[in-house]
Design a protein around this ligand. Structure first.
Ligand code: VAH
Length: 317
């Protein structure tokens, strides 16, 4: 039975992936980790370790202690925080990744590390962005994502480390709030629709970005890890997407359920500059061909489920 170490396990992706992995592989086979500990079902339902991935010894000790087969490296500084703290973004996203890859090389582990649509830049073809195309991002987060893709491919080619990754679009979920990304508005709009009945959008109404509901993101990670490696022509990292929308479209979809919901705009120039450098939509045909990527949620289905689950969560508080 595979044994996993999830870094960043208390984050937006990690908190849901850890629980899904524990449901499929057994609680004791999924070690959650983070730079701090807090009350959470992730901490209470299975092994949890304090791991700062910028500390090689902490990564190495936990991998050896639990005889880990796969490291799912989710600890990262996202795009908006990365522009405010570029040095921290490099430390965590690159030096942290380097430590994870070195420990994986020394212990025979596989490594899943997410990349992002942020790995593309202003001169990348913006519509139906190809799997293989120019990648010259102009954000520190994007620089760490494209560098991370190259480093992971290098560790596969040079040392045979089984590295795999996907380029995630913006991720939308109701369990754990996102931690400082440019796409966070697409989560906050649902909370404000339910809690305030109004939302002030920080991005321009015509800002298209690819997005994905968290259940599809979790399946993408597990399906790629479980895929037959001999059939992969790409590894780091696959374009994956399930929808592309602008603030007007998500606003109007929510209004089908909450007709009195209102939205206005107060564009944040720093966020807008980042969003303007990213694609409008991705071509994810390589993921479909090589490991049968199959998203299940579109904007309509996501909105119905998100509002239902978020209402239950907020009423439980
Ligand atoms: C961010 N949510 O906004 C992340 C993601 C495509 C965006 O990488 O930084």
């Amino acid at each position: 039975m595979k044994k996993f170490l999830v870094t960043g396990a208390l984050g937006q992706i990690g908190s849901e992936l850890t629980m899904e992995l524990r449901g499929r592989y057994g609680n004791e086979n999924v070690v959650a980790s983070g730079i701090h500990k807090r009350d959470s079902v992730v901490v209470e339902s299975g092994p949890f370790e304090i791991v700062d991935i910028t500390n090689y010894n902490q990564v190495s000790e936990v991998v050896k202690k639990y005889d880990i087969d796969w490291i799912v490296n989710l600890a990262a500084i996202l795009s908006a925080v990365g522009e405010e703290k570029p040095s921290l973004a490099w430390q965590v996203n690159m030096n942290g990744l380097f430590n994870v890859l070195e420990v994986a090389r020394e212990n025979g582990c596989g490594v899943f590390t997410p990349s992002s649509i942020a790995a593309f830049g202003p001169n990348t073809p913006r519509d139906n962005t190809p799997q293989d195309t120019i990648q010259r991002p102009n954000t520190m987060y994007g620089v760490t994502k494209v560098s991370g893709e190259l480093l992971c491919d290098y560790y596969y080619e040079k040392f045979g480390v089984d590295t795999r990754g996907v380029r995630f679009p913006g991720l939308i979920s109701y369990e754990t709030l996102p931690g400082g990304g440019t796409t966070d508005y697409a989560v906050h709009i649902y909370y404000d629709a339910l809690q305030k009945g109004k939302f002030t959008c920080p991005l321009d109404k015509d800002t298209y970005m690819d997005m994905m509901y968290m259940p599809d993101a979790i399946n993408a990670i597990i399906d790629l890890i479980e895929a037959d490696g001999s059939k992969l022509k790409h590894r780091n990292a696959f374009n994956v997407t399930s929808m592309s929308f602008n603030p007007e479209r998500i606003y109007n979809e929510i209004r089908k359920h909450i007709p009195e919901f209102t939205m206005d705009y107060d564009v944040n120039p720093n966020l807008q500059k980042i969003a303007n450098s990213w694609p409008n939509s991705l071509d994810d045909s390589a993921a479909k061909e090589e490991w049968d990527w199959t998203p299940k949620y579109n904007l309509e289905e996501m909105t119905k489920d998100m509002l239902k689950k978020l209402k239950e969560k907020l009423n439980d508080k």
